[in-house]
Design a protein around this ligand. Structure first.
Ligand code: ADE
Ligand code: ZN
Length: 330
């Protein structure tokens, strides 16, 4: 099974590039930029990665990314993950990034974009790895700030595939961001949003109805509303489910209690991603192996999940055909 899972041409639709910052690289960048970390050693950082909820994780996530200051740092961050993922048999990644988290610290958008776009180009040229770009907005910050950042990103609109919505979900409903998502639609950007991770099933419905999202990140709490399940099923809206993230953030107590098998049984278009691999125990292989062990899935299930992801990835028609052919050849 491990060999089969490694050979699968895996597609990751839900990855926060800032959440791929491994402690080893965090220390290297801290040294390069003369920054004092709150940890004495790599092991001390790893030991701190125990969370009781999303909010607890976000504190360390924003703290960790403080070492990202220059173009080279963003390039190194992304290349480090791209190489690791490719080594695990990943062939495409739709990458979220959080510009506001960097702007707030005085890091210009140009610095973030230059580093990430350089890494994307190099991955596509040399690693046989395609990369989608999702500019995400922080839902616990004001909506007019998000709108301003989207306008500020005008020189990069053509390089973006989508906008997203992330950060603390509870009490930050999707509808707050209607103007931002309307503007993105005018710009012909695809819209995606985190919904139904910690927040209620109603937030999934709201993201679909009010924000016009084509993809729901997480979405696991949809099972609390049969209306929402029916909607997701009838429109075959993809859910980017992140199993080990949900365990780390206590969305579920144990992977064996995870609703993934139920979501599949409901006929929903499910995919598997790692979310923030440096913080939640690993990347795509670790997530796939954990699911194989927890749910006893056979190869056919993993083929279906991979086909779902390939069908929904932000890729050209040509690349999609190529990836489907590679899946069929495994
Ligand atoms: N930002 C990074 N990871 C996230 C998650 N799991 N949920 C919401 N926002 C995030
Ligand atoms: Zn996420």
């Amino acid at each position: 099974m491990h060999e089969f899972l490694r050979d699968l041409p895996k597609v990751e639709l839900h990855l926060h590039i800032e959440g791929s910052l491994e402690p080893e690289l965090m220390f290297a960048l801290a040294q390069r930029n003369g920054i004092q970390l709150p940890y004495a050693t790599v092991q001390e950082a790893k030991d701190a990665y125990h969370f009781s909820d999303l909010q607890g994780f976000l504190k360390l996530y924003f703290q960790g990314m403080d070492v990202l200051r220059n173009e080279e740092d963003f390039y190194d961050l992304a290349m480090d993950y791209f190489k690791r993922a490719r080594g695990e048999g990943v062939v495409h990644i739709d990458m979220h990034f959080d510009p506001q988290a960097h702007l707030q610290r005085g890091v210009p958008l140009e610095v973030v974009m230059a580093g990430l776009l350089k890494a994307k180009q190099e991955a596509e040229d040399t690693l046989d790895l395609s990369i989608g770009m999702i500019m995400a907005f922080l839902r616990d910050r004001p909506a007019d700030e998000a709108l301003h950042v989207l306008e500020q990103a005008a020189p990069y609109w053509k390089m973006l595939d989508a906008i997203g919505l992330d950060s603390a979900e509870q009490n930050n409903p999707p509808a707050n961001f209607i103007d931002v998502f309307k503007r993105a639609q005018q710009l012909e950007l695809v819209c995606v949003a985190h919904a139904g991770e910690e927040g209620p099933a109603e937030y999934i419905q709201e993201a679909l109805d009010v924000l016009g999202v084509e993809r729901v990140d997480h979405g696991v709490r949809c099972l609390e509303s049969q209306t929402v399940v029916e909607r997701l099923r009838s429109e075959q809206i993809v859910l980017t489910v992140c199993p080990l993230s949900n365990v780390s953030l206590k969305v579920v107590d144990d992977l064996r209690d995870h609703p993934l098998p139920k979501l599949l049984a409901e006929g929903l278009k499910v995919t598997i991603s790692s979310d923030d691999p440096a913080y939640f125990g690993g990347g795509m292989m670790v997530n796939h192996i954990a699911c194989a062990e927890a749910f006893g899935w056979d190869e056919a299930v993993f083929r279906q999940l991979t086909r779902n992801a390939i069908e929904e990835a932000f890729v050209t028609l040509e690349r999609r055909e190529e990836l489907l052919a590679r899946l069929a050849a495994v």
